[in-house]
Every structure is written in C-alpha cells, then in structure tokens.
Write a protein of this length. Sequence first.
Length: 51
Amino acid sequence: MGDEATRVTPSDIVTPRLKDLYTNEDMLTIFTLEFDDLCRKENWVAPWRRG
C-alpha cells in the first residue's frame, strides 16, 4: 500500500498526536491531575488497589 520508496518512522506517527495532547483542554486537565484525583474523576480503581 502506498509508495514503497517512502518510509514513516514511529516518531512521524506519534509526534503529531503528542502535540495534540497539549492543545486539547480536556487532555491537558487529565495530565495535570494527581493520579488519585484522576481515578476519582473517572470512577476507576487501579488494579493494584482492588481487593
């Protein structure tokens, strides 16, 4: 599929997506929350805390 002479590196694929994480308000909020606060916000319990 596509031109065999072209190559795409993992960085070419991942870099634009990483940049989006810092420009999206919702994603930025997630990355700046403390882990425990994020778990509470998402109503999620980490597997190592289940019991």
